[in-house]
Design a protein around this ligand. Sequence first.
Ligand code: ARG
Length: 460
Amino acid sequence: QPTRLWGGRFAAGPAQALAALSRSVHFDWRLAPFDLAQTRAHARVLRRADLLTEPELARVEEAIDVLASEVAAGTLAPQPDDEDVHTAIERELLNRLGPLGGKLRAGRSRNDQVATDFRLYLRAQARILVALVADLQEALLEQAEQHAASPAPGFTHLQHAQPVAFGHELAKHVHALARDVDRLRDWDDRAATSPLGAGALAGSSLPLDPEAAAADLGFVRAAENSLDAVSDRDFVAEFLFCTAMLGVHLSRLGEEYCLWASTEFGWVRLDDAFATGSSIMPQKKNPDAAELVRGKSGRLIGHLTGMLATLKGMPFAYNRDLQEDKEPVFDTVDQLVLVLPAITGMVATSTFDTERMAAAAPLGFALATDVAEWLVRQGVAFRDAHEIAGACVQACERRGVDLPDLSDDDLAAISTHLTPQVRTVLSVQGALDARSALGGTAPARVREQLSRLRPRTEEA
Ligand code: ARG
């Protein structure tokens, strides 16, 4: 007979089909370290309530120490017919402590247990993810510093728009990732509420101390409403939003790498260690890490929407639907732990063809805005300046030449405002340097921006 945490009122155990459906231990075993920590905190609360003696508490804590080290070493595994992690841990405690092991569930339900374990688990994972994101930010910052002054084409609508410093282009990703880190830290503050003590739904008639248990487990506070405590999965949905957003940011970085690595762009060369080949085409060198992160972001978004759909319309307090909250989160964490180091490695080891980017920077009449803004400085209304610069582009397109190729006479024929002085702004370097207000792409500004970003990533 398998150990069950319930059964007194049943004539027999569940049918095989129900037991198989009900079982979660094959995935929720990863909560075991947190279930043990929680059991320890609860045992201390039972001791203070005089529901355990001092020697009993000492034996319990000793057994938990042993179990925790066995879990960490991977030498302790659940039995295939344990219903869930809570059942498996109680079975082990009963094995090792005899009847004393049966005292520890007093005042607890798996409903508050699982919510507590899951918050502990997620808070620990968030810290791991933040550290991995910081590594990626570091790799991006290093590349951005190297290319703080390298001119490159800047795009809108994927069409050449205005030249930018390539370091500015790379640094934008560091800002997006910084918001992801901020969001996870901010999330942690709300996730730091302990549900332990809520019991099944109404609290306990035993003299427990939810605040002491909360403090013991590193939570900031204990839940003020037991019904909310066992049914709230906002912390899960919000975590999945934070990770989906991070996934979207990684996907957009990945997409840029795919473009940049194409023959048409040819801006980036991937290190051999971070590229893959083809089983038929011997010449291929593919940006698979970038593509996989782009693909996996779809999966992370799916986990968020799936979780919200599970929660929608579910009655309060605990319902078994809530067991469905774990696998999407575990998968999200696993995918990010896989993807982040690969993307960091790809970024850190890639080399950029700065000459090619510089040569492409002025193409597509990317200095037309500079012509218009030069005219504004001569007193021309922007509306007219825009028309005049547009006419220059039209003249160039007709003749198949570029803006600097227009002669003085060509310029004068377009507008009397277009004196030969306008040539002073027809340089990519000038266009970059001129955009020197806060947030602009002037290399000096980019360097300041990077030095402000660095301390933020270092504290992560
Ligand atoms: N394994 C369940 C979960 O993951 C916790 C058990 C709650 N079961 C119950 N019958 N109340 O949510």
